[in-house]
Design a protein around this ligand. Structure first.
Ligand code: NAD
Ligand code: AKB
Length: 323
């Protein structure tokens, strides 16, 4: 990888991926793009080139990738699960309409494409614990439908047109730099801010709702490592299960309460997001990623919570017993 363009770069993943790519390859070799133009002091704007780009505009996609000349496009622009259920037609238009334009421009301009899938690519008929790499995929959300179709579309462009497509099924991602964009796992970010700012949090998922989660540095590293992986080893190009930890809201609340005495958490499940979460896996089997490109997460629950709190400015006042 020498030169990369990122779509949806102002979002939760893009904000950190762009900074990591610039640190590795040099600022002028990474073009951050998004439908919305963030403020001038936003890191993706302040740290290097930024251009407004609607991923569903095929002419613009071909023109911008043609003139910048990336060898990799990280296609992050999307509508996430909760917003997607509120606006399913918009989720279809952006998630499918954007991806096909990125793939079409790749045929013309000859770049590799990274596309994130999600735990949302599974549904209530999928074995939830563990969820195998290759299994039933019948999601019941529009977001999930676009994720399964996106995995297949990327496979198709690889086999039919030789485009170097690769992708990961991300779990819920936890980070401090940018807010999450309207998903079902957003509680796991909100809870940190609420703990530090209000001392209390009302969680929109029930306390025992277990989902796969990952800290953002692992997610960013996974994308970069996959795009550098030896292609001859990759059998599951576009849909690698990856995970780092399995969490319930109650467990995350407990980890925060151990470090922030007096933090109070209540539960008021939102029916839409609870139903989405209940249809998703509880634990992904990530053995294919480990075998095919040596995937290994670095952050577990305690490391993630300590690092999040340190970056959000919390002075650790309590020693947390290990184990
Ligand atoms: P996000 O919502 O934070 O950011 C998405 C960005 O896309 C936003 O900045 C938005 O302005 C932009 N965008 C929307 N429509 C656009 C368009 N037409 N053209 C260009 N840009 C547009 O999302 P994220 O969390 O950064 O997720 C990025 C990708 O990773 C998505 O495909 C998402 O499904 C996937 N993913 C994310 C998570 C997670 O927990 N964050 C988990 C699994 C998969
Ligand atoms: C969401 O909750 O929609 C995302 C995801 C897991 O894909 N965070």
């Amino acid at each position: 990888m020498r030169r990369a363009l990122v779509t949806g770069a102002a979002g939760q993943i893009g904000t950190e991926l762009v900074q990591a790519l610039r640190a590795e390859l040099g600022s002028d070799r990474i073009l951050a793009t998004d439908l919305r133009e963030p403020d001038a002091d936003h890191p993706v704007v302040a740290g290097g080139p930024f251009q407004r780009l609607d991923c569903t505009d095929g002419d613009a996609m071909t023109r911008v990738t043609g003139s910048f000349g990336p060898d990799v496009v990280f296609h992050l622009a999307a509508i996430l699960s909760a917003v997607g259920e509120a606006h399913p037609e918009k989720a279809y238009a952006v998630n499918m309409g954007g991806l096909v334009q990125v793939l079409e421009a790749a045929r013309t301009n000859g770049y590799a494409v990274f596309t994130p899938s999600s735990i949302a690519a599974f549904g209530p008929g999928t074995p939830p614990d563990p969820t195998p790499q290759d299994t039933i995929q019948r999601p019941n959300t529009m977001y999930g439908v676009t994720k399964v179709a996106g995995e297949l579309l990327c496979d198709y462009y690889h086999h039919r047109f030789g485009v170097d497509t690769r992708g990961l099924r991300y779990p819920g991602l936890i980070s401090y730099s940018a807010p999450p964009g309207g998903g079902t796992t957003d509680y796991a970010v909100e809870i940190f801010h609420a703990a530090l700012e209000n001392g209390s949090y009302s969680c929109f998922l029930a306390p025992e709702t277990q989902l796969d989660m990952m800290y953002m540095p692992d997610a960013v590293r996974a994308a970069m490592e996959l795009m550098e992986a030896d292609p001859t080893r990759l059998r599951h190009r576009n849909a690698f299960n990856i995970t780092a930890m399995q969490l319930t809201p109650a467990q995350l609340a407990q980890a925060l309460q151990a470090r922030i005495p007096g933090f109070a958490v209540t539960y008021d499940p939102d029916p839409v997001r609870q139903a989405i979460a209940d249809s998703w896996p509880r634990r992904l089997d990530d053995s294919a990623a480990r075998e095919e490109w040596d995937w290994a997460p670095a952050y577990g629950l305690d490391e993630m919570v300590d690092d999040m709190l340190a970056h959000l400015g919390h002075p650790h006042t309590v020693d947390v017993p290990s184990g």
